[in-house]
Design a protein around this ligand. Structure first.
Ligand code: HAM
Length: 431
């Protein structure tokens, strides 16, 4: 029986591992640039933790198990609940603001499709303990700072920004009952993922009045405060809606000050599927609109309290590696050439009697910080040079006759073929 990998998972052979590391290194560098510190948690948690506040969609996608003690557990589909649990545990000891990042491996039992797998890596940045929208702007900035550093311009990606607070105020204003909002958000979140007719049908089932459905559809297409006031003029007197609009305006102002305004757009159709968002919400999409969201996040001011902790405001985002990799490849920012293995030296040895000398040279170079590969077979130089080439070595050191005669090695520059004779001491001095 041939055993195959589970669908929706990936094997990371060395070339794929290089890509994964390249992406993670970029995430990490961007996090550190913006002052975030790294954390991680366990890959499984109590099932109940995800049932409290993440919303039905994530609960349906859980890989869950019962351990031998009868405990119901689940593999983490996101790290935000773990973050909330961890912060609550040490909430009085943690210096504020809490700016944490993580790059967890997550699992969701989704139907695998382009950019969505059952196991993936997700960069998370979160700021806790800051009520002001300045933190929301920082999260969006750090996200865009990474995408920009990866080579993506505003012609490639766009951050669509909205506000759950604003949406809630508008829906309440339209007569939707407060206890219906949480069921409505995941439906509205489907707008871009479903054909227009299917979406409208779903919405009509959830909202009785067809006039309200029409207004909601118009609002979903709004791109400015003026658009909203045009659709529902009397909302001008609604204090919560006005506060939410003012907050959004400030977010855009800060993003402009930080030099990333060209990437940002107000878009009421961004709702987010997860239940815990309470304020600013955003997603980054490819400009062409062919792919699923590159990332998504927002403010979730009630989650820590819902997890039994104190009221602590929080905002953050998660970016998966799958859509990102597709996008980077499509834009030519991730080519196989970028990932050619690079090695400082390959040590070839043409005489079995010199094996120990070759090993000693390799070890000294490694101790000096150079990356060194060596041949496990002495003799045929042609074969060893081929191996040096395959390893991506910049130089090949040949330990042979010249070493025996005068303690010198031949240094061959792999790119040009140029050769020189140097002593071991000179070689080590070069490092
Ligand atoms: P999310 O929208 O569920 O949010 O996921 C965020 C991102 O994770 C998506 O935009 C996508 O890049 C990636 N992602 C999600 N599911 C998959 C999948 N099946 N395969 C590949 N990539 C996927 C959250 O997870 C929130 N916890 C983010 C957050 C952090 N909000 C605040 N802080």
């Amino acid at each position: 029986m041939k055993i195959l990998p589970v669908k929706g998972t990936r094997d990371f052979y060395p070339p794929q591992m290089t890509v994964r590391n390249f992406i993670c290194d970029g995430w990490k560098a961007a996090s550190l640039r913006s002052g975030f510190v790294e954390y991680d948690g366990p890959i499984f948690e109590h099932l109940q933790m995800y049932q409290i506040k993440s919303g039905d969609e994530i609960v349906e996608q859980l890989f869950h198990l019962t351990d031998r003690g009868g405990r119901e557990l689940a593999i983490r589909p996101e790290i935000t609940p773990t973050l909330a649990r961890m912060v609550n545990q040490q909430v009085n000891a943690l210096p504020r603001p809490i700016k944490w990042f993580s790059m967890p491996r997550l699992c969701r039992a989704e139907r695998p499709q382009k950019g969505r797998l059952r196991e993936f890596f997700q960069w998370n940045i979160d700021i806790l303990g800051v009520e002001d929208v300045l933190a929301d702007a920082e999260v969006i900035f750090c996200t865009l700072d990474y995408l920009r550093s990866a080579g993506l311009t505003s012609k490639d990606v766009i951050a669509k920004i909205s506000s759950r607070k604003l949406l809630a105020a508008l829906l309440l204003h339209l007569g939707i009952a407060a206890d219906r909002l949480e069921t409505l958000y995941p439906i509205l979140d489907k707008k871009a993922k479903l054909p227009a007719e299917a979406f409208e049908e779903m919405l009509a089932k959830a909202v009785e009045s067809s006039a309200t459905v029409k207004t909601i559809l118009e609002l979903m297409a709004a791109h400015s405060a003026d658009d909203i006031l045009h659709i529902v003029p009397d909302v001008a007197a609604n204090e919560t809606a006005q506060t939410a609009l003012d907050e959004l305006q400030r977010v855009f102002g800060y993003l402009k000050a930080m030099g990333v305004a060209e990437y940002c757009r107000f878009d009421m159709s961004i709702v987010r599927g997860l239940a815990y968002y309470t304020g600013m919400v955003f997603e980054v999409h490819d400009v062409v609109g062919d792919l699923r969201a590159v990332c998504g996040g927002g403010r979730y001011d009630n989650l820590l309290k819902d997890f039994g902790g104190p009221a602590l405001s929080a905002t953050g985002m998660g970016m998966g590696d799958c859509v990102l990799e597709i996008l980077l490849r499509e834009r030519g920012l991730l080519t196989d050439e970028t990932f050619k293995r690079k090695l400082d030296y390959f040590v070839a040895c043409t005489d079995a009697a010199l094996t120990s000398a070759a090993l000693a040279i390799a070890a000294r170079l490694r101790a000096g910080g150079a990356s060194v590969e060596l041949s496990y077979k002495t003799g045929n130089l042609g074969k060893q040079l081929k191996q040096a080439d395959a390893c991506g070595a910049m130089r090949c050191l040949i330990v042979g006759q010249e070493y025996q005669d005068g303690g010198k090695v031949v240094v061959k520059e792999m790119a040009t073929g140029e050769q020189s004779l140097v002593s071991e001491e000179m070689l080590l001095n070069r490092l």
